[in-house]
Design a protein around this ligand. Sequence first.
Ligand SMILES: *[C@@H]1O[C@H](CO)[C@@H](O)[C@H](O)[C@H]1NC(C)=O
Ligand SMILES: *[C@@H]1O[C@H](CO)[C@@H](O)[C@H](O)[C@H]1NC(C)=O
Ligand SMILES: *[C@@H]1O[C@H](CO)[C@@H](O)[C@H](O)[C@H]1NC(C)=O
Ligand SMILES: *[C@@H]1O[C@H](CO)[C@@H](O)[C@H](O)[C@H]1NC(C)=O
Ligand SMILES: *[C@@H]1O[C@H](CO)[C@@H](O)[C@H](O)[C@H]1NC(C)=O
Ligand SMILES: *[C@@H]1O[C@H](CO)[C@@H](O)[C@H](O)[C@H]1NC(C)=O
Ligand SMILES: *[C@@H]1O[C@H](CO)[C@@H](O)[C@H](O)[C@H]1NC(C)=O
Length: 622
Amino acid sequence: MPFDRLYPCHCVISAMKTSNHLLLSLVWVYSVTTKELTLPAYNLRSASNHKILSLPGATGGKAVLVGHEEPLSLNVCIRKKSMVRLDNLRYSNNNFSLFFNVTFNSGEWMGTFYAKPGEDWAIFKNTGIFPRRYALEPGWHVIKIYVIDYFSTNAEGIAVDKFVFSVDDPWMDNDILSCKTICTEKDSFPTKVPSVGTSVFPSRIEQRSFPTSCAEVDNVDIPLYNAHVDSFAITASFPQYKSFSNRRNENTTSCPHLSPELWRFDNFNLSSSSTELVYNKTARMSFYSSSTNEMIVILRFVLEGQKKGSVDSKIGSLLTLKLKNITTAAIVKMRYKEKWGNLSLPEIKEFTSDDLQYTWSIPDFTWTEDSLNYIILTVQSENLRIFVDHLSLQKRAFKPEKHVTIYRSDDVHIVAVYVEMWWLAPDRMTIHLTNGQTFEGVAYLQVYRPIPWNDGYSQVFVLYQDGNARLIPVTPDGLDWIPFGTSVILGQTYSDSIRPYTSITQLTIDPERWTMRLLYKDGGSLLLKIKSSYSETQAYVSDIFFTRDTYTLPFATVRSMYVAEGNTDVDSVKVDNDKTYHVMDQWGYIQGRSFAFYRSCISKHLTLSPDIQIDVWKTKHK
Ligand SMILES: *[C@@H]1O[C@H](CO)[C@@H](O)[C@H](O)[C@H]1NC(C)=O
Ligand SMILES: *[C@@H]1O[C@H](CO)[C@@H](O)[C@H](O)[C@H]1NC(C)=O
Ligand SMILES: *[C@@H]1O[C@H](CO)[C@@H](O)[C@H](O)[C@H]1NC(C)=O
Ligand SMILES: *[C@@H]1O[C@H](CO)[C@@H](O)[C@H](O)[C@H]1NC(C)=O
Ligand SMILES: *[C@@H]1O[C@H](CO)[C@@H](O)[C@H](O)[C@H]1NC(C)=O
Ligand SMILES: *[C@@H]1O[C@H](CO)[C@@H](O)[C@H](O)[C@H]1NC(C)=O
Ligand SMILES: *[C@@H]1O[C@H](CO)[C@@H](O)[C@H](O)[C@H]1NC(C)=O
């Protein structure tokens, strides 16, 4: 039966006669970058306009009935201009035959299909690949199915389950295809350099990003190199995409490192002395009995520290032991490995049937990230058949940050922030103001400027002791505040941590001139001038003096977040306002003078955080 096929022809009748045209249209170079994606026919809109059949064989158990004169339209979105092919339409019909055609937008034909009489709605069939494919523009399209009752049999129609598309774009996903994530390709980032042009020695960016599923990790890591850099500008502007959603909540799903719990063992018997229990490869617990009424529990564990960009091994912790019912009292001695490698003095606690839980606290700077840490518990009891509810180690709570306004005028507010457990502790910065005041021990600084159209101030700039600078434009009319997103580390970084950083020791600020000089631990320095206009905030960096090698160390490093399309703080980088690269593609190095870090898909994370453009203004010529 040749009819159960697709025909590369607009004409239904002749298509029925010639089935061998089919092969001609299948010349499709299936590249490795092609992505197969699925669009279900069922959604709340199709359910409100069509009859829905509950069929166990359908995806999600529901198929949409498409009758004669009741075309089904579904929104289809594309991230960037790509070739789109319909690989399959999964449908069923009852015992009537019919035709249906599938078109894109204003009638671009994809294929016409003859469905021979089916046996039952429950038995789904696949059309296979449709003959036509199209290069679609980024953005919003509509796919439409018409059922044609050519034989006037009053057939009820077809039950459509899903569409399967091939799209020539490795970064496409089902949320973009179904338009849940909106992408545009309207991006223009003209260079900010005032006619300096090609006399500037080119810079290059390097791809050092790594994948993550936690939206609060800065996995995007793109250093910028220029051995001769003399001045450059960082410009933060409102995102080029159009969204008026000011989503700014943090999202700690899939972020285990943000949990205070370092490890935890639940429900175990002290008497089960032969077994070693393991927590996620990071902690192990073993037992041995030294006498009939004494049991020793040894806990060995690793913790992340500064090398991983974490404070876990610096901050103090809380060890909690909770026993289930006990019949006789138990004495528990807790000792831990001190930072010098010796055992601490025992801290003793008596557990009774009325007093089954106790928490020991272990001071800051006890643990190490370089070797195993351990805790030893010695349990003494007449009856060692002790059932433990849980034994866990948690980071102690941080004290809240302390914010101090150190300068206040009509033109600028400056706030110094003190953080109890800074990840680069004991490094901190000292701020000197031109009025002679000095503030020590600062972890970061916030700068506010007046909003012209009301009496408020808007935060436009933040600088952390580790070199991270964050900029945003003045809060737009109608909003209370917008979030920061992508940051830029200023200066030559250290590479002994997976989290790159610099270490600022001194900051000399001239508040009324909006300038500050940064002095680094390695002796380097630079001058920063901040300028805010209606739609952007710019940091102009000049007077650059670096003490370490400028060929292998960056002058700035972009840090941001990418989890999935539509859950990012950056997804693209456009070089010299010409070619766009995906921020997670393995492009190695790219040379240019102007680099714009932005999002082409509207993000549910920090939606209004800015696009960040970096332009090298001047380079020194030897
Ligand atoms: C289709 O099936 C129904 C119910 O089984 C039957 O009554 C009807 O005659 C069938 N029609 C055709 C065209 O086979
Ligand atoms: C698809 O079928 C509908 C309904 O019969 C018809 O109006 C339309 O022209 C057809 N489109 C194409 C491209 O064949
Ligand atoms: C939070 O991030 C996860 C990925 O880790 C994502 O699946 C989820 O949709 C995000 N939630 C929100 C509300 O953005
Ligand atoms: C612990 O010991 C009790 C009593 O001997 C026993 O019922 C229980 O199954 C044991 N539990 C485990 C986790 O070994
Ligand atoms: C391992 O860690 C994950 C979080 O990363 C946690 O959800 C899980 O419970 C841990 N597994 C065990 C066996 O402790
Ligand atoms: C705890 O143990 C005592 C003595 O064996 C017993 O009387 C009591 O019911 C137990 N309580 C629970 C909650 O198991
Ligand atoms: C461990 O060694 C340090 C440094 O030598 C010492 O200060 C500390 O008191 C020692 N702790 C104990 C329990 O002896």
